[in-house]
Design a binder for this molecule. Structure first.
Ligand code: AMP
Ligand code: MN
Ligand code: MN
Ligand code: MN
Length: 285
């Protein structure tokens, strides 16, 4: 049987638009067999997701997407199959969320100076009591008519050199991989083709990640072209890393990365789930 994996998705616990239970129901309906909910810097949605998964036939793998600063750039490290109760991991994530909270206020202050009032409160409203992401600011700014769509609003307001951009230090790469490992999980470089790095810089990142004990590259991603998937498969082989598959689904508003619709891993890639003994890393149903 062909098992359908989606190991990178978001819920309202971070910047997705569906609550965990609704995401799980949609994944079941889309034919996903093994799902990881990987919210930014939090595992808050995992309990609701695992309750929803019970009896549905879907296998849920614990997940998180950790924000990391590496060589002056933000990169995302997905953790899979870890113990969500692990204290060191949770302390690390809590620290990142504290930074997020401060950053959100600072983004609000900067936009205010730029003549856009109420952005912090607006973003907070979209986040519904959960952590605040730039995505929540983006939704507010689009709704207020400051930009026509999500892509443009990031480009005009929320990226380096733009009025609502705030630089800062996220987690250290080695530490983030260490937290995931220490909690019994495996680390994956999320959407490696999306960082705009030169081939040399990307391979330096992959080398350091591998030395830190990283397990896999996300080879098939909702944000990768087929050519990018083949290139990333080659990098994963070169560094003896395995390969992961994830849509990076954020909700039905972004149908280009739908659940259960990903293409297969290139033949030469070693799947991350090779060596997962009979899905022993899943949350017990
Ligand atoms: P943050 O972690 O708060 O800095 O927000 C990063 C999130 O913003 C990413 O996970 C994406 O969901 C979203 N994002 C970043 N760039 C873009 C873009 N150009 N268009 C749409 N969403 C984006
Ligand atoms: Mn996101
Ligand atoms: Mn990401
Ligand atoms: Mn993501």
């Amino acid at each position: 049987m062909n098992v359908c994996y989606d190991l990178h998705t978001h819920t309202t616990a971070s910047d997705g638009t569906l609550p965990p239970s609704v995401l799980v129901a949609r994944a079941v309906a889309a034919g996903v067999d093994v799902l990881a909910v990987t919210d930014h810097d939090t595992t808050e949605g995992l309990l609701e997701a695992s309750t929803a998964a019970k009896g549905s036939g879907i296998c849920l793998v614990t997940g998180v997407e950790i924000s990391v600063t590496w060589s002056g750039q933000v990169v995302h490290i997905v953790g899979l199959g870890f113990d969500p109760e692990n204290k060191t991991l949770q302390a690390g994530l809590a620290e990142l969320r504290r930074f997020r909270g401060w950053r959100a206020e600072e983004i609000g202050r900067r936009l205010e100076k730029h003549g856009i009032s109420g952005a912090y409160e607006g973003a907070k409203g979209y986040s519904n009591g959960h952590l605040i992401s730039r995505t929540h600011f983006a939704r507010f700014l689009v709704e207020q008519g400051y930009a026509p769509d999500m892509r443009k609003v990031f480009k005009q307001f929320l990226t380096q050199g733009k009025p609502g951009h705030v630089a800062g230090e996220w987690a250290d790469l080695g530490k983030a991989v260490g937290w995931i490992h220490g909690a019994g999980g495996e680390a994956v470089i999320a959407h490696p083709a999306r960082y705009g790095m030169t081939r040399t810089k990307l391979r330096r990142l992959i080398g350091e990640f591998q030395e830190a004990g990283g397990a896999a590259l996300e080879v098939v991603s909702g944000s990768h072209s087929r050519d990018e998937a083949f290139t990333m498969a080659k990098h994963s082989r070169d560094f003896s890393l395995r390969a992961s598959v994830g849509s990076d689904y954020h909700g039905p508003e972004t149908p280009w990365a739908d659940l259960g619709k990903l293409s297969a891993l290139p033949d030469n890639a070693v799947p991350i789930w090779r060596g997962w003994p009979d899905l022993a890393v899943s949350i017990p149903a």
